[in-house]
Write a protein that binds this ligand. Structure first.
Ligand SMILES: *Cc1c(COP(=O)(O)O)cnc(C)c1O
Length: 296
């Protein structure tokens, strides 16, 4: 597999550090690398030739699966939510990237997309595309969590709080499982909804965690100009880029909690930078249309 660069934690101040997992690989970024690693090994073991997965039009997961497929010798099929995108591949940075890495798309309506876990839907895909190794939406399964258990290293036991963004809950589950009892894991959901607690409880082997649900900015991929300014300031100040869908919202939330005295005075905090930077181009096209300041 890939060589993980020596990603030493970056210091923001005496209290706050960033684990730059986004530097793992330019294309299979951050937690998507972690989640794919053992799935790719399993697909090889099963002698699968094709990876099939699901995602929306800006999905980091779709981009990562396409890049991993082309690097490790798999065909890739992306089942994409939204039929209307069929004629809009050009102009969508994520889909263009995935297509350039050999991904074949299967666009489905939002209604159909909701049925994607059903046997009927999967059988239909098999009829159409032949056999494949299935990776669920967002890539969360037991093998993905095993990969995410490798994010924290022994040196990270010095931290009192570990924070990460949350989508499906796979990443935080891996962090929880590899954390120590003296540590608390705080997840910042990038979307609305309380179903996440249940999902995380299914995979997490400890209860030293909590979700901070105040920083989704209205829902998945929703943004405002305060968030964009924060992301631009953060990069200017610390030379660390953040993405607008996950890591930007988490970092915004962590700064807000610090400001409001949430953490004990001498607590050491480690933010996990889970990647997602490929999403910036797509968001900038939207910001441009809305006449808003772009991400630098
Ligand atoms: C997908 C993604 C997440 C969410 O991870 P889950 O394991 O689904 O919770 C967080 N950050 C980034 C950058 C992502 O791309």
């Amino acid at each position: 597999m890939l060589k993980i660069t020596d990603n030493k934690n970056l210091k923001i101040d005496n209290q706050l550090f960033v684990k730059p997992d986004y530097l793992i690989d330019p294309f299979i970024s951050g937690n998507k690398y972690r989640k794919l690693k053992y799935n790719i090994l399993e697909a090889k073991k099963q002698d699968s030739k094709t990876l099939l997965t699901f995602g929306g039009a800006f999905s980091n997961h779709i981009a990562a699966v396409a890049a991993a497929g082309s690097r490790f010798g798999f065909q890739t099929i992306g089942v994409i939510r939204g039929e209307e995108l069929l004629n809009k591949i050009q102009g969508n940075a994520t889909l263009e990237f995935a297509q350039n890495h050999g991904m074949q798309f299967h666009f489905v309506s939002r209604e159909m997309y909701r049925e994607k876990q059903t046997d009927v839907f999967i059988e239909d895909l098999k009829k159409q595309f032949g056999d494949f190794y299935l990776i669920s939406e967002g890539g969360t399964n037991n093998l993905a969590i095993k990969g995410c258990e490798e994010i924290l290293t022994e040196q990270d036991s010095e931290f009192d709080f570990i924070t990460c963004p949350v989508g499906t809950g796979g990443t935080i589950s891996g962090l929880i499982n590899s954390s120590g009892n003296h540590q608390k894991i705080l997840g910042f959901p990038a979307l609305k909804g309380d179903f996440l607690r249940k999902d995380i409880s299914k995979f997490a082997k400890r209860d030293n965690w909590d979700l901070i649900t105040d920083f989704h900015f209205g829902g998945y991929a929703k943004i405002n100009s305060e968030l964009i300014s924060f992301i631009n300031d953060f990069k200017r100040q610390f030379n660390i880029p953040l993405d607008p869908i996950y890591t930007g919202k988490m970092a915004f939330g962590v700064f807000d909690l610090i400001k409001n005295g949430y953490f004990p005075k001498d607590a050491k905090i480690l933010m996990i930078h889970t990647g997602g930077l490929q999403g910036i181009n797509g968001m900038n096209r939207i910001l441009e249309k809305k006449n808003m300041i772009k991400i630098q």
